[in-house]
Write a protein of this length. Structure first.
Length: 267
């Protein structure tokens, strides 16, 4: 009888402990399942669409993957024929004419001006290709790059621009011809790169493939001095006076380039 009583007592003592362990395992499994579901949702988010979390955060699509809605040629009312929508991308059909671009091409802009924002997109460049992402651009001169800072898009391995300029300031992710992207973490031609470009009250940050590679501040003495020592004043004496609000543009540099998942969050 004593042995049976001891077993019963021990069982009664251990029951809450076992029950607690069981509950913890259930909670852990539930947490794991939730994390797995969230990861799956992130991985399976459709191309050129926003997740519910992004919508809640205020992100807006600038490209739906199917049409050129919202986009037009720089200083044009139409969308240039040399740009096409293919496989969910904005694709520039390379002309092989370099900076001269395509006959019915040219840079394109989104038909709205932005001030404080984070722009997110993915880009892929062809072998030996060159392109760029413009921001705070104005539509008053013959080319947007004569008024706008540019985040460089480049095949660093093959395009000669990678060896020009100063200290690599014409390589991918750089503030073109002014500040080199460091670290230089661009993926090879033919592979997708992801960028986030943040502009907030004069502070500008280039993020490439998950790393901040450029940071600078507009309108400061340091900015003015840096621009004065570049090629831009000869092209536009007012280039340093970047407006607080302007256009976002994608460059036709005569080479095949693809863009997708273009979205923006204004602040």
């Amino acid at each position: 009888m004593r042995k049976i009583s001891i077993v019963v007592i021990i069982s009664l003592i251990m029951l809450p402990v076992l029950s607690s362990c069981k509950d913890k395992k259930a909670d852990q499994k539930e947490d794991t399942d939730t994390a797995t579901e969230m990861a799956t949702e992130i991985q399976e988010a459709p191309m050129n669409e926003l997740t519910s979390a992004e919508i809640a955060e205020g992100w807006v699509l600038l490209f739906d993957g199917k049409t050129s809605e919202g986009w037009r040629g720089y200083k044009k009312e139409h969308f240039p024929a040399a740009w096409e929508i293919v496989d969910g991308t904005l694709h520039m059909l390379g002309s092989g004419r370099g900076e001269a671009g395509s006959k019915d091409g040219g840079d394109i802009i989104f038909d709205k001006q932005f001030q404080n924002f984070t722009l997110s997109l993915e880009w892929k460049i062809s072998e030996g290709g060159n392109s760029g992402i413009f921001y705070l651009g104005e539509e008053k001169l013959d080319y947007i790059w004569k008024t706008s800072p540019e985040m460089q898009v480049l095949d660093n391995e093959r395009h000669p621009d990678a060896k020009l300029g100063k200290d690599g300031n014409r390589m991918s992710g750089s503030l073109y011809d002014l500040i080199p992207a460091k670290p230089q973490n661009a993926k090879p031609a033919g592979e997708w790169n992801k960028i986030e470009l943040t502009v907030y009250k004069g502070t500008v940050v280039h993020n490439q493939n998950g790393e901040n590679v450029v940071e600078y501040h507009l309108w400061t003495p340091e900015w003015n001095e840096m621009v004065a020592d570049s090629k831009f004043p000869a092209l536009n004496p007012e280039w340093a006076d970047v407006p607080a609000k302007g256009y976002i543009g994608l460059q036709d540099h005569g080479d095949d380039v693809w863009f997708r998942n273009i979205k923006i969050k204004e602040q």
